[in-house]
Design a protein around this ligand. Sequence first.
Ligand code: 13P
Length: 249
Amino acid sequence: MARRKIVAGNWKMNKTPSEAVALVEELKPLVASDDVDVVFCVPAIDIIPVAEAVKGTNIQVGAENMYFEEKGAYTGEISPAMLVDAGVKYVVLGHSERREYFAETDATVNKKVLKAFEHGITPIMCCGETLEQREQGVTMDFIRQQVKIGLQNVTADQAKTMVIAYEPIWAIGTGKTATTEQAQEVCAGIRACIAEVYDEATAEAIRIQYGGSVNAATAPELFAQADIDGGLVGGAALKPDFGKIVNYK
Ligand code: 13P
């Protein structure tokens, strides 16, 4: 069974609500596709206007983060129920920027992944090594740990529906895309890890994206790899280029 590709934009901390709607209007016709899932993961304050603007299109709305408690005294946080009520279908969890600047750990990512499933939101769980780790030859050891802890107590049936994004930290926002071979090698390693933790069927079903300076020029070769099921796109998701990435074939 062929896995359906999924191309998601991670807007990061860009676009005010009115700018967000303008960008959606610009990208709408460019990202139309029958065979790729298209997701716009946008800042929390943009979710409601973007959800309105994408109505009737193939675009689904994602969040960039979410808290792992139901509700209560957690000033500044956004709950899963709030996201669901606003029309969110996907949530990026454990992005390296959140790990680096906001003290996210594998354990908090795991709590968020479990909570997202409880509410029917599909997690896009991120993992990826630093340049130092790659040079030390511990890339796969590190990523296997991120993936295994992130997936603790996640059932096989849940894991089959989720997305894992492999984003080497040294390739994010640097213009330095991993080579196709590097990206495929790690995505295959992640799939092997899923097969060990669960089984072959789960490994075959789970979708694994590559992220890190993906652009219209690099997407076709990356997405053609056996274990790369699409991309998580930062900078290029804010430009018409995103339409070319979605329609990479
Ligand atoms: P860039 O595509 O800007 O490198 O960002 C990648 C990323 O972090 C997506 O989550």
